[in-house]
Ligand binder design. Structure first.
Ligand code: GDP
Length: 444
Protein backbone atom coordinates (compact mmCIF):
# COMPACT_ATOMS: atom_id res chain seq x y z
CA UNK A 1 0.00 0.00 0.00
CA UNK A 2 1.31 3.42 -0.99
CA UNK A 3 2.64 5.75 1.69
CA UNK A 4 2.02 3.24 4.46
CA UNK A 5 5.05 4.07 6.57
CA UNK A 6 4.65 7.82 6.25
CA UNK A 7 0.92 7.63 6.88
CA UNK A 8 1.45 5.66 10.08
CA UNK A 9 3.99 8.08 11.49
CA UNK A 10 2.19 11.24 10.51
CA UNK A 11 -1.09 9.97 11.88
CA UNK A 12 0.50 9.11 15.20
CA UNK A 13 1.97 12.57 15.34
CA UNK A 14 -1.18 14.48 14.52
CA UNK A 15 -3.19 12.32 16.87
CA UNK A 16 -1.28 13.84 19.76
CA UNK A 17 -2.15 17.38 18.83
CA UNK A 18 -5.70 16.84 17.55
CA UNK A 19 -7.73 17.49 20.67
CA UNK A 20 -5.53 20.16 22.23
CA UNK A 21 -7.44 23.20 23.40
CA UNK A 22 -4.21 25.19 23.53
CA UNK A 23 -1.21 24.74 21.29
CA UNK A 24 2.07 26.23 22.41
CA UNK A 25 5.15 26.93 20.35
CA UNK A 26 6.89 24.05 22.00
CA UNK A 27 4.00 21.70 21.04
CA UNK A 28 4.47 22.77 17.44
CA UNK A 29 8.23 22.36 17.69
CA UNK A 30 7.90 18.86 19.00
CA UNK A 31 5.38 17.92 16.38
CA UNK A 32 7.57 19.32 13.61
CA UNK A 33 10.51 17.29 14.82
CA UNK A 34 8.45 14.18 14.30
CA UNK A 35 7.04 15.33 10.97
CA UNK A 36 10.57 16.03 9.78
CA UNK A 37 11.72 12.55 10.74
CA UNK A 38 8.67 10.95 9.16
CA UNK A 39 9.30 12.73 5.86
CA UNK A 40 13.02 11.95 5.83
CA UNK A 41 12.28 8.32 6.56
CA UNK A 42 9.86 8.31 3.65
CA UNK A 43 12.84 9.35 1.50
CA UNK A 44 11.57 12.83 0.73
CA UNK A 45 14.26 15.16 -0.62
CA UNK A 46 15.89 16.88 2.38
CA UNK A 47 15.57 20.39 0.95
CA UNK A 48 11.89 19.77 0.39
CA UNK A 49 11.52 18.56 3.98
CA UNK A 50 13.25 21.64 5.33
CA UNK A 51 11.05 23.99 3.37
CA UNK A 52 7.89 22.07 4.31
CA UNK A 53 8.64 22.08 8.03
CA UNK A 54 9.46 25.77 7.92
CA UNK A 55 6.18 26.65 6.24
CA UNK A 56 4.02 24.52 8.52
CA UNK A 57 5.80 25.82 11.63
CA UNK A 58 5.34 29.43 10.64
CA UNK A 59 1.68 28.99 9.91
CA UNK A 60 1.07 26.89 13.03
CA UNK A 61 2.35 29.48 15.47
CA UNK A 62 0.61 32.24 13.56
CA UNK A 63 -2.66 33.98 14.27
CA UNK A 64 -4.84 31.67 12.19
CA UNK A 65 -4.09 28.75 14.52
CA UNK A 66 -3.42 30.27 17.91
CA UNK A 67 -6.55 32.37 17.93
CA UNK A 68 -8.85 29.66 16.72
CA UNK A 69 -11.14 27.73 19.04
CA UNK A 70 -9.75 24.41 17.92
CA UNK A 71 -6.00 24.97 17.52
CA UNK A 72 -5.18 21.24 17.41
CA UNK A 73 -7.51 20.77 14.44
CA UNK A 74 -6.13 23.89 12.81
CA UNK A 75 -2.56 22.58 12.89
CA UNK A 76 -3.76 19.43 11.15
CA UNK A 77 -5.53 21.55 8.56
CA UNK A 78 -2.28 23.43 7.92
CA UNK A 79 -0.37 20.15 7.53
CA UNK A 80 -2.95 18.90 5.07
CA UNK A 81 -2.93 22.10 3.02
CA UNK A 82 0.85 22.20 2.82
CA UNK A 83 1.03 18.50 1.96
CA UNK A 84 -1.45 19.13 -0.85
CA UNK A 85 0.58 22.09 -2.04
CA UNK A 86 3.74 20.00 -1.96
CA UNK A 87 2.21 17.53 -4.35
CA UNK A 88 1.00 20.21 -6.72
CA UNK A 89 -2.13 21.83 -5.34
CA UNK A 90 -4.90 21.53 -7.89
CA UNK A 91 -5.22 18.46 -10.00
CA UNK A 92 -3.84 19.16 -13.44
CA UNK A 93 -5.65 18.32 -16.64
CA UNK A 94 -4.50 16.51 -19.74
CA UNK A 95 -4.05 18.63 -22.87
CA UNK A 96 -6.49 18.63 -25.77
CA UNK A 97 -5.22 20.00 -29.04
CA UNK A 98 -7.41 22.38 -31.02
CA UNK A 99 -6.13 20.68 -34.13
CA UNK A 100 -6.34 16.93 -33.48
CA UNK A 101 -4.64 14.63 -33.04
CA UNK A 102 -3.36 15.58 -29.62
CA UNK A 103 0.17 14.19 -29.44
CA UNK A 104 1.51 12.71 -26.23
CA UNK A 105 5.14 11.70 -26.10
CA UNK A 106 5.98 9.08 -23.49
CA UNK A 107 9.55 9.11 -22.21
CA UNK A 108 11.39 7.27 -19.46
CA UNK A 109 14.17 4.90 -18.53
CA UNK A 110 13.94 1.18 -19.19
CA UNK A 111 11.88 -0.71 -16.68
CA UNK A 112 10.06 2.34 -15.36
CA UNK A 113 6.84 1.05 -16.87
CA UNK A 114 6.71 3.31 -19.94
CA UNK A 115 5.25 0.83 -22.42
CA UNK A 116 2.68 -0.55 -19.99
CA UNK A 117 1.70 3.00 -19.00
CA UNK A 118 1.28 3.98 -22.65
CA UNK A 119 -1.33 1.24 -22.93
CA UNK A 120 -2.94 2.19 -19.63
CA UNK A 121 -3.18 5.84 -20.59
CA UNK A 122 -4.73 5.00 -23.96
CA UNK A 123 -7.23 2.82 -22.13
CA UNK A 124 -8.08 5.64 -19.70
CA UNK A 125 -8.43 8.18 -22.50
CA UNK A 126 -10.94 5.96 -24.23
CA UNK A 127 -12.84 4.86 -21.14
CA UNK A 128 -13.00 8.08 -19.20
CA UNK A 129 -12.77 10.74 -21.88
CA UNK A 130 -14.30 8.87 -24.79
CA UNK A 131 -11.30 9.37 -27.08
CA UNK A 132 -9.94 7.13 -29.80
CA UNK A 133 -6.19 6.87 -29.37
CA UNK A 134 -3.52 5.36 -31.59
CA UNK A 135 -0.32 3.91 -30.17
CA UNK A 136 3.02 4.39 -31.91
CA UNK A 137 5.91 1.96 -31.48
CA UNK A 138 8.96 4.21 -31.68
CA UNK A 139 11.22 2.28 -29.32
CA UNK A 140 13.25 0.41 -31.91
CA UNK A 141 16.15 -0.58 -29.63
CA UNK A 142 14.67 -2.71 -26.89
CA UNK A 143 14.03 -5.97 -28.72
CA UNK A 144 10.65 -6.76 -27.20
CA UNK A 145 9.24 -3.22 -27.00
CA UNK A 146 7.44 -3.19 -30.36
CA UNK A 147 5.95 -6.61 -29.75
CA UNK A 148 4.88 -5.59 -26.23
CA UNK A 149 3.05 -2.53 -27.53
CA UNK A 150 1.40 -4.58 -30.27
CA UNK A 151 0.21 -7.09 -27.69
CA UNK A 152 -1.20 -4.27 -25.57
CA UNK A 153 -2.94 -2.87 -28.64
CA UNK A 154 -4.55 -6.25 -29.29
CA UNK A 155 -5.69 -6.56 -25.69
CA UNK A 156 -7.22 -3.10 -25.84
CA UNK A 157 -8.46 -3.48 -29.38
CA UNK A 158 -6.64 -0.30 -30.36
CA UNK A 159 -4.51 0.51 -33.42
CA UNK A 160 -0.73 0.33 -33.05
CA UNK A 161 1.45 2.00 -35.66
CA UNK A 162 4.76 0.26 -36.27
CA UNK A 163 7.33 0.14 -39.03
CA UNK A 164 9.57 -2.47 -37.39
CA UNK A 165 13.01 -1.66 -36.03
CA UNK A 166 14.83 -0.67 -39.24
CA UNK A 167 13.22 2.74 -39.76
CA UNK A 168 14.29 5.75 -37.69
CA UNK A 169 11.99 6.76 -34.80
CA UNK A 170 11.53 10.23 -36.28
CA UNK A 171 10.33 8.77 -39.56
CA UNK A 172 8.03 6.37 -37.71
CA UNK A 173 6.44 9.25 -35.84
CA UNK A 174 6.09 11.34 -39.01
CA UNK A 175 4.20 8.59 -40.82
CA UNK A 176 2.18 7.74 -37.71
CA UNK A 177 0.85 11.28 -37.50
CA UNK A 178 -0.30 11.16 -41.11
CA UNK A 179 -2.02 7.88 -40.52
CA UNK A 180 -3.73 9.15 -37.36
CA UNK A 181 -5.16 12.10 -39.27
CA UNK A 182 -6.45 9.81 -41.99
CA UNK A 183 -8.02 7.44 -39.49
CA UNK A 184 -9.41 10.21 -37.27
CA UNK A 185 -7.58 9.13 -34.14
CA UNK A 186 -7.81 12.10 -31.80
CA UNK A 187 -4.89 11.09 -29.57
CA UNK A 188 -1.48 9.76 -30.60
CA UNK A 189 0.64 8.20 -27.87
CA UNK A 190 4.28 7.76 -28.84
CA UNK A 191 6.23 5.10 -26.96
CA UNK A 192 9.81 6.34 -27.28
CA UNK A 193 13.07 4.53 -26.62
CA UNK A 194 14.20 3.86 -23.09
CA UNK A 195 17.74 3.31 -21.87
CA UNK A 196 19.23 2.02 -18.68
CA UNK A 197 20.79 5.42 -18.03
CA UNK A 198 20.33 8.89 -19.39
CA UNK A 199 22.73 9.46 -22.27
CA UNK A 200 23.29 12.08 -24.93
CA UNK A 201 22.22 9.87 -27.78
CA UNK A 202 18.86 9.13 -26.17
CA UNK A 203 18.22 12.79 -25.45
CA UNK A 204 19.11 13.79 -29.01
CA UNK A 205 16.67 11.28 -30.39
CA UNK A 206 13.92 12.46 -28.06
CA UNK A 207 14.60 16.07 -29.01
CA UNK A 208 14.34 15.20 -32.70
CA UNK A 209 10.97 13.55 -32.12
CA UNK A 210 9.87 16.53 -30.07
CA UNK A 211 10.88 18.97 -32.85
CA UNK A 212 9.04 17.00 -35.46
CA UNK A 213 5.86 16.13 -33.58
CA UNK A 214 5.51 19.28 -31.49
CA UNK A 215 3.78 17.23 -28.76
CA UNK A 216 1.01 18.69 -26.62
CA UNK A 217 2.28 16.71 -23.67
CA UNK A 218 5.63 15.13 -22.86
CA UNK A 219 5.06 12.71 -20.02
CA UNK A 220 7.99 11.28 -18.17
CA UNK A 221 7.32 7.87 -16.71
CA UNK A 222 9.26 7.16 -13.52
CA UNK A 223 9.22 4.30 -11.06
CA UNK A 224 8.19 5.60 -7.63
CA UNK A 225 9.94 2.71 -5.91
CA UNK A 226 13.30 4.20 -6.92
CA UNK A 227 12.68 7.16 -4.60
CA UNK A 228 15.17 9.99 -4.98
CA UNK A 229 16.63 8.42 -8.14
CA UNK A 230 13.25 8.99 -9.75
CA UNK A 231 13.43 12.62 -8.68
CA UNK A 232 16.91 13.00 -10.20
CA UNK A 233 15.83 11.36 -13.44
CA UNK A 234 12.84 13.71 -13.60
CA UNK A 235 15.09 16.70 -13.05
CA UNK A 236 17.50 15.70 -15.86
CA UNK A 237 14.76 14.91 -18.36
CA UNK A 238 13.04 18.15 -17.53
CA UNK A 239 16.20 20.20 -18.03
CA UNK A 240 16.91 18.64 -21.39
CA UNK A 241 13.50 17.96 -22.80
CA UNK A 242 11.16 20.23 -20.88
CA UNK A 243 8.55 17.72 -19.91
CA UNK A 244 4.96 18.76 -19.21
CA UNK A 245 4.20 16.21 -16.50
CA UNK A 246 5.23 13.10 -14.67
CA UNK A 247 3.54 9.72 -14.45
CA UNK A 248 4.56 7.88 -11.33
CA UNK A 249 4.32 4.09 -11.66
CA UNK A 250 4.28 1.32 -9.09
CA UNK A 251 2.84 3.51 -6.36
CA UNK A 252 0.94 0.40 -5.27
CA UNK A 253 4.17 -1.07 -3.97
CA UNK A 254 5.76 2.11 -2.69
CA UNK A 255 5.28 2.23 1.07
CA UNK A 256 7.47 5.31 1.43
CA UNK A 257 6.28 7.79 -1.17
CA UNK A 258 9.38 10.00 -1.26
CA UNK A 259 9.27 10.50 -5.02
CA UNK A 260 5.61 11.45 -5.00
CA UNK A 261 6.27 14.08 -2.37
CA UNK A 262 9.44 15.55 -3.87
CA UNK A 263 9.03 15.57 -7.66
CA UNK A 264 6.74 18.55 -7.92
CA UNK A 265 8.82 20.69 -5.62
CA UNK A 266 12.13 19.81 -7.29
CA UNK A 267 11.07 19.93 -10.95
CA UNK A 268 8.09 22.30 -10.77
CA UNK A 269 6.28 19.83 -13.01
CA UNK A 270 3.04 18.18 -11.89
CA UNK A 271 2.40 14.50 -11.33
CA UNK A 272 -0.46 13.84 -13.72
CA UNK A 273 -1.18 10.15 -13.23
CA UNK A 274 -0.14 7.35 -10.92
CA UNK A 275 0.19 3.66 -11.69
CA UNK A 276 -1.46 1.52 -9.03
CA UNK A 277 -0.91 -1.99 -10.38
CA UNK A 278 0.03 -4.10 -13.36
CA UNK A 279 -3.40 -4.34 -14.90
CA UNK A 280 -4.43 -2.08 -17.76
CA UNK A 281 -7.00 -0.21 -15.72
CA UNK A 282 -4.61 0.53 -12.87
CA UNK A 283 -3.83 4.12 -13.79
CA UNK A 284 -5.43 6.97 -11.85
CA UNK A 285 -5.41 10.72 -12.33
CA UNK A 286 -3.36 12.20 -9.51
CA UNK A 287 -5.31 14.31 -7.03
CA UNK A 288 -2.92 15.99 -4.57
CA UNK A 289 -5.64 16.85 -2.10
CA UNK A 290 -7.11 13.40 -2.00
CA UNK A 291 -3.67 11.91 -1.64
CA UNK A 292 -2.87 14.22 1.27
CA UNK A 293 -6.13 13.18 2.85
CA UNK A 294 -5.25 9.51 2.45
CA UNK A 295 -1.80 10.01 3.95
CA UNK A 296 -3.29 11.75 6.98
CA UNK A 297 -5.87 9.00 7.52
CA UNK A 298 -8.81 11.18 6.57
CA UNK A 299 -9.87 8.72 3.88
CA UNK A 300 -10.55 9.31 0.25
CA UNK A 301 -14.28 9.11 -0.18
CA UNK A 302 -14.22 10.92 -3.51
CA UNK A 303 -12.05 8.31 -5.21
CA UNK A 304 -14.13 5.61 -3.61
CA UNK A 305 -17.34 7.11 -4.96
CA UNK A 306 -15.81 7.53 -8.40
CA UNK A 307 -14.68 3.93 -8.43
CA UNK A 308 -18.14 2.84 -7.44
CA UNK A 309 -19.73 4.99 -10.11
CA UNK A 310 -17.40 3.61 -12.76
CA UNK A 311 -18.05 0.00 -11.93
CA UNK A 312 -21.55 -0.14 -10.57
CA UNK A 313 -24.35 -0.34 -13.02
CA UNK A 314 -26.90 2.32 -12.02
CA UNK A 315 -29.86 0.41 -13.31
CA UNK A 316 -28.82 -2.59 -11.26
CA UNK A 317 -28.28 -0.46 -8.17
CA UNK A 318 -31.80 0.88 -8.41
CA UNK A 319 -33.20 -2.59 -8.92
CA UNK A 320 -31.26 -3.78 -5.90
CA UNK A 321 -32.52 -0.98 -3.76
CA UNK A 322 -36.06 -2.02 -4.64
CA UNK A 323 -35.33 -5.64 -3.84
CA UNK A 324 -33.95 -4.66 -0.48
CA UNK A 325 -37.04 -2.66 0.26
CA UNK A 326 -39.39 -5.43 -0.74
CA UNK A 327 -37.22 -8.09 0.87
CA UNK A 328 -36.95 -10.10 -2.34
CA UNK A 329 -33.16 -10.16 -2.27
CA UNK A 330 -31.84 -13.56 -3.38
CA UNK A 331 -28.52 -15.35 -3.58
CA UNK A 332 -28.31 -14.36 -7.23
CA UNK A 333 -28.43 -10.69 -6.22
CA UNK A 334 -25.79 -11.39 -3.64
CA UNK A 335 -23.53 -12.89 -6.29
CA UNK A 336 -24.15 -9.92 -8.52
CA UNK A 337 -23.23 -7.53 -5.72
CA UNK A 338 -20.06 -9.42 -5.01
CA UNK A 339 -19.08 -9.15 -8.66
CA UNK A 340 -19.72 -5.42 -8.75
CA UNK A 341 -17.69 -4.71 -5.63
CA UNK A 342 -14.82 -6.82 -6.92
CA UNK A 343 -14.73 -4.80 -10.11
CA UNK A 344 -13.71 -1.80 -8.00
CA UNK A 345 -10.34 -3.38 -7.26
CA UNK A 346 -8.75 -5.31 -4.41
CA UNK A 347 -10.99 -5.08 -1.35
CA UNK A 348 -8.11 -4.19 0.93
CA UNK A 349 -7.41 -1.06 -1.09
CA UNK A 350 -11.05 -0.08 -1.07
CA UNK A 351 -11.40 -0.40 2.68
CA UNK A 352 -8.30 1.72 3.17
CA UNK A 353 -10.01 4.64 1.47
CA UNK A 354 -12.53 4.89 4.28
CA UNK A 355 -11.75 7.69 6.73
CA UNK A 356 -9.88 6.39 9.74
CA UNK A 357 -9.93 2.80 8.47
CA UNK A 358 -6.25 2.28 9.07
CA UNK A 359 -6.61 3.25 12.71
CA UNK A 360 -9.53 0.95 13.35
CA UNK A 361 -8.63 -2.13 15.28
CA UNK A 362 -8.56 -5.15 13.07
CA UNK A 363 -8.84 -3.15 9.88
CA UNK A 364 -5.29 -1.81 9.95
CA UNK A 365 -3.71 -4.99 8.70
CA UNK A 366 -6.74 -6.55 7.21
CA UNK A 367 -6.05 -9.14 4.57
CA UNK A 368 -9.05 -10.00 2.49
CA UNK A 369 -8.83 -13.65 1.58
CA UNK A 370 -9.66 -13.66 -2.11
CA UNK A 371 -9.79 -17.45 -2.02
CA UNK A 372 -12.65 -17.36 0.47
CA UNK A 373 -14.58 -14.98 -1.74
CA UNK A 374 -14.00 -17.44 -4.56
CA UNK A 375 -15.50 -20.17 -2.37
CA UNK A 376 -18.58 -18.05 -1.69
CA UNK A 377 -19.06 -17.59 -5.41
CA UNK A 378 -18.64 -21.31 -6.05
CA UNK A 379 -21.15 -22.24 -3.33
CA UNK A 380 -23.81 -19.91 -4.73
CA UNK A 381 -23.19 -21.15 -8.25
CA UNK A 382 -23.74 -24.73 -7.09
CA UNK A 383 -27.24 -23.94 -5.84
CA UNK A 384 -30.31 -24.60 -7.93
CA UNK A 385 -32.55 -21.72 -8.94
CA UNK A 386 -35.11 -22.70 -6.31
CA UNK A 387 -32.45 -22.85 -3.61
CA UNK A 388 -31.12 -19.43 -4.51
CA UNK A 389 -34.55 -17.92 -4.25
CA UNK A 390 -35.67 -19.84 -1.16
CA UNK A 391 -32.65 -20.81 0.91
CA UNK A 392 -34.99 -22.24 3.57
CA UNK A 393 -35.38 -25.38 1.47
CA UNK A 394 -31.68 -26.20 1.73
CA UNK A 395 -31.71 -29.28 3.98
CA UNK A 396 -28.81 -31.50 5.02
CA UNK A 397 -28.87 -33.50 1.80
CA UNK A 398 -28.85 -30.40 -0.36
CA UNK A 399 -26.02 -28.91 1.70
CA UNK A 400 -23.89 -31.95 1.02
CA UNK A 401 -24.58 -31.73 -2.69
CA UNK A 402 -23.75 -28.01 -2.78
CA UNK A 403 -20.52 -28.57 -0.85
CA UNK A 404 -19.48 -31.30 -3.25
CA UNK A 405 -20.40 -29.25 -6.30
CA UNK A 406 -18.43 -26.25 -5.16
CA UNK A 407 -15.40 -28.10 -3.86
CA UNK A 408 -15.99 -26.78 -0.34
CA UNK A 409 -17.44 -28.38 2.80
CA UNK A 410 -20.74 -28.34 4.65
CA UNK A 411 -19.42 -25.97 7.35
CA UNK A 412 -18.63 -23.37 4.72
CA UNK A 413 -22.08 -23.76 3.18
CA UNK A 414 -23.63 -23.37 6.63
CA UNK A 415 -21.58 -20.29 7.33
CA UNK A 416 -22.68 -18.62 4.13
CA UNK A 417 -26.34 -19.47 4.73
CA UNK A 418 -26.12 -17.95 8.18
CA UNK A 419 -24.42 -14.83 6.89
CA UNK A 420 -27.05 -14.41 4.24
CA UNK A 421 -29.78 -14.78 6.84
CA UNK A 422 -28.15 -12.10 8.99
CA UNK A 423 -27.72 -9.82 6.06
CA UNK A 424 -31.41 -10.07 5.29
CA UNK A 425 -32.24 -9.31 8.91
CA UNK A 426 -30.03 -6.24 8.76
CA UNK A 427 -31.67 -5.09 5.57
CA UNK A 428 -35.04 -5.39 7.22
CA UNK A 429 -33.90 -3.25 10.11
CA UNK A 430 -32.43 -0.68 7.76
CA UNK A 431 -35.58 -0.55 5.70
CA UNK A 432 -37.68 -0.09 8.83
CA UNK A 433 -35.41 2.68 10.04
CA UNK A 434 -35.57 4.37 6.70
CA UNK A 435 -39.32 4.25 6.63
CA UNK A 436 -39.58 5.63 10.15
CA UNK A 437 -37.11 8.31 9.20
CA UNK A 438 -39.13 9.25 6.18
CA UNK A 439 -42.20 9.77 8.28
CA UNK A 440 -40.31 12.16 10.51
CA UNK A 441 -38.78 13.85 7.51
CA UNK A 442 -35.20 12.73 7.88
CA UNK A 443 -32.97 12.69 4.86
CA UNK A 444 -30.92 9.57 4.15
P1 GDP B 1 9.43 0.00 -19.83
O1 GDP B 1 10.76 -0.66 -20.02
O2 GDP B 1 9.57 1.31 -19.16
O3 GDP B 1 8.62 0.10 -21.08
O4 GDP B 1 8.65 -0.89 -18.76
P2 GDP B 1 7.42 -1.89 -18.92
O5 GDP B 1 6.22 -1.18 -19.39
O6 GDP B 1 7.85 -3.09 -19.68
O7 GDP B 1 7.15 -2.27 -17.37
C1 GDP B 1 8.12 -2.88 -16.54
C2 GDP B 1 7.40 -3.69 -15.47
O8 GDP B 1 6.74 -2.86 -14.53
C3 GDP B 1 6.33 -4.62 -16.03
O9 GDP B 1 6.43 -5.86 -15.38
C4 GDP B 1 5.02 -3.91 -15.64
O10 GDP B 1 3.96 -4.83 -15.46
C5 GDP B 1 5.40 -3.28 -14.33
N1 GDP B 1 4.58 -2.10 -14.00
C6 GDP B 1 4.35 -0.99 -14.74
N2 GDP B 1 3.55 -0.10 -14.08
C7 GDP B 1 3.26 -0.67 -12.88
C8 GDP B 1 2.48 -0.23 -11.74
O11 GDP B 1 1.90 0.87 -11.67
N3 GDP B 1 2.42 -1.08 -10.68
C9 GDP B 1 3.05 -2.31 -10.70
N4 GDP B 1 2.94 -3.07 -9.63
N5 GDP B 1 3.79 -2.73 -11.74
C10 GDP B 1 3.90 -1.94 -12.82
Amino acid sequence: MAFEGLADRLQNTIQKIRGKGKVTESDVKEMMREVRLALLEADVNFKVVKEFVKKVSERSVGQEVMKSLTPGQQVIKVVKEELTELMGGEQSQIAVSKRPPTVIMMAGLQGAGKTTTTGKLANLLRKKYNRSPMLVAADIYRPAAIKQLETLGKQLNMPVFSLGDQVSPVEIVRQALEQAKENHNDYVLVDTAGRLHIDGELMNELKEIKDLANPDEIFLVVDSMTGQDAVNVAQSFNEQLEITGVILTKLDGDTRGGAALSIRSVTQKPIKFVGMGEKLDALEPFHPERMASRILGMGDMLTLIEKAQASVDEEKARELEKKMRTMSFTFDDFLDQLGQVRKMGPLEDIIKMLPGANRMKGLDNLQVDEKKIGHVEAIIKSMTKAEKENPEIINAGRKKRIARGSGTNVQEVNRLLKQFEEMKKMMKQMTNMQQKGKKKGFKF
